[in-house]
Write a protein that binds this ligand. Structure first.
Ligand SMILES: [Zn+2]
Length: 226
């Protein structure tokens, strides 16, 4: 798959070393077969489609051949954390955050336009950075939140006749603690790009709640977009 030259800079260019621990960890490079060293560092998670998400203390392998590979823990949980951060952003949500959320709730632009009574063209404009009104901001957040709740409710109910009371109660607690409608009243009518910093402890805590343990291997060649 050919990449366009206008794409964001190589992942490694945006990293800053933070921890030293027991680093470096060494392993064989999948690209050149040589030895590559891994260190814990802050990692700009541009694979999410967002340039303002920084994962703290992630193991990143850099190879002399140019290959860069990051180990991203519990990626589905990570994506949920990012979505929650965006929904609770205190200023207007930005274009790429809108795109992230729409993809997170697995809606096509056409489908999402239908939900909010808008057009695919408007969605595309917003996602590409056109300024949105406070009104649109709230509409988008409510639509995203509704989609998330619907999907979670579906998952919580699940197939069969099993008693899902505990799952439903846990889910209801989450919705209540999120308290979105109260929060919506406090959003400032300004455009702002805040950095979303996510530390390993947060991911671990959420993973334990959801029982997720998988680790995503990202590399500069195989980096997948959300
Ligand atoms: Zn290599």
């Amino acid at each position: 798959m050919a990449k366009e030259t206008t794409e964001k800079p190589v992942i490694g260019a945006r990293q800053t070393v933070r921890f030293e621990h027991s680093d470096p960890v060494t392993r064989l490079c999948q690209a050149c077969g040589g030895t590559q060293e891994g260190r814990h560092q802050n990692y700009s998670y541009t694979e999410s489609g967002l340039d303002n998400v920084v994962l703290l203390d992630v193991l990143v392998f850099n190879c002399k051949c140019g290959e860069i590979a990051a180990q991203i823990p519990a990626v589905s949980v990570l994506h949920q954390i990012i979505a929650a951060e965006i929904l609770k952003k205190p200023t207007l949500i930005a274009g790429e955050e809108i795109r992230y959320m729409r993809k997170f709730v697995a809606c096509s632009a056409v489908e999402f336009a239908g939900i909010i009574g808008s057009s695919k063209i408007s969605i595309s404009r917003w996602e590409n950075g056109a300024r949105i009104t406070p009104n649109t901001d709230r509409l988008l957040r409510l639509a995203f939140f509704t989609k998330i709740v619907e999907r979670a409710a579906e998952a919580a109910i699940g197939p069969g006749d099993t008693d899902h009371t505990a799952t439903v109660v846990a889910f209801a607690r989450k919705v209540r603690s999120f308290n979105l409608t109260s929060f919506l009243r406090t959003i400032k009518d300004v455009q702002d790009r805040m950095t979303i910093k996510i530390d390993p402890a947060t991911v671990k805590r959420f993973s334990q709640e959801d029982g997720v343990t998988s680790t995503l291997q990202l590399s500069s060649d195989t980096a997948s977009r959300v």
